[in-house]
Design a protein around this ligand. Structure first.
Ligand SMILES: Cc1ncc(COP(=O)(O)O)c(C=O)c1O
Length: 356
């Protein structure tokens, strides 16, 4: 339908790009010149528009603020050596957005609408896609309930938006993590952990704050029933290499199905590495640390790409892991993935999509 509904474009009078220090980008602090918006009203998406990035105005009774009916995605645009702007598996993000939308009683977006919005917004702001190695344009699509009334109802109106931000590395150094067994992020069987919805992140903030006070950077969430099995990090899926095999917890309704996770599984299998998606108990990890068969632990996600873990805290013990060098699987997978994403290696899985 959107193919016949043109996007109204209102360009900035003067770009802010000259004020940006592309050599020192912090994550998610500055935003490109334009934003995309479309409203869902009277049961249909209408008024697609690209405008200068600016404040948005709603009444204090905005439903999303009070009841958290809000979802989002995280993607990136990359600049290739041929100066093309490409993005990675965008339809996987759309599928996940629509799964989140269904769980949160929000309207779905069509492929045409999503891809057209992405294409036009990124083309317009293509100069904002960094060229420095490791820097990218982070893309944040999101949707929120826009009914203005205080009352616990499913909103009848929504806004979907896309904003973009040039970013550098998410974590500058290997991270220290704590296995969290007291608080939980998402409940099994009926919970919302598989949805990328605002409340999941809000629920994780207090345990994250406590972990930071104890000197950690992140937590590893464990299952809500027994606190016995690893689930994921706050913003990344988890991988372990034990005895030559690559292991990652199976996804279910309490774990976000990461697109990086899925891609690394495919890449590792392609490299001939044995991969197991299954339950991984804390006991198995501690045993592997003790008998020296735990070779690597790393997080994987769009924002952080692949992040090596330097230390794991569990109960009152801290286990320091050996640093990962260029021979590690984590390093090889990161190189293979980012080389495809930045157009330096052949796109053997047909993951890349040209935007500009
Ligand atoms: C909770 C959580 N787990 C995992 C991921 C990794 O998912 P992806 O690889 O699709 O970015 C993210 C990031 O979106 C996340 O927020």
């Amino acid at each position: 339908m959107i193919a016949t509904m043109p996007i109204n474009i209102n360009k900035v009078q003067k770009s802010r790009i000259d004020n940006v220090d592309f050599e020192n980008l912090q994550f998610g602090k500055i935003f490109a010149d334009h934003m995309f918006s479309i409203d869902f009203e009277q049961q249909t998406w209408q008024n697609p528009r690209i405008e200068p990035y600016d404040k948005i105005q709603f009444e204090p009774s905005l439903l999303a603020i009070h009841y958290g009916q809000a979802i989002f995605e995280g993607m990136k645009a990359y600049r290739t050596p041929q100066n093309e702007i490409v993005t990675f598996r965008p339809l996987e993000n759309l599928k996940r957005l629509n799964r989140s939308a269904e769980r949160m009683c929000m309207p779905a977006l069509s492929e045409d609408l999503f891809m057209e919005a992405l294409q036009q917004l990124i083309s317009l702001d293509k100069d904002w896609v960094p060229s420095k190695n490791g820097s990218t344009l982070y893309i944040r699509p999101f949707m929120f309930a826009t009914d203005e009334l205080v009352g616990m109802n499913i909103s009848e109106t929504y806004r979907f938006m896309i904003i973009t931000s040039p970013v550098g590395a998410y974590y500058a150094a290997p991270v220290k993590v704590k296995i969290e067994t007291e608080y939980l992020r998402a409940a099994k069987e009926g919970g919302v952990g598989y949805a990328k919805t605002a409340g999941n992140y809000a629920a994780s903030m207090y345990p994250m704050k406590l972990a930071r006070q104890q000197g950690y950077d992140q937590v590893i969430w464990t299952d809500s029933r027994e606190n016995k099995y690893l689930e994921e990090f706050g913003t990344m899926n988890i991988f372990l290499k034990i005895n030559g095999k690559l292991l990652t917890p199976e996804t279910g309704d309490s774990v976000l199905s990461g697109i990086t996770r899925d891609s690394l599984i495919q890449l590792a299998k392609h490299m001939g590495v044995e991969v197991e998606e299954r339950k991984i108990s804390i006991e198995e990890v501690i045993k592997a640390i003790k008998d020296n068969t735990l070779e690597e632990v790393f997080g994987a996600g769009t924002a952080a790409v692949i992040t090596p873990i330097a230390l794991i805290g569990y109960q009152n013990t801290q286990y320091t892991l050996k640093p990962l060098d260029t021979n590690s699987l984590a390093f090889k997978l990161k190189k293979a993935l980012t080389d495809i994403q930045t157009g330096k290696a052949e796109d053997i899985f047909q993951w890349m999509h040209k935007l500009a």
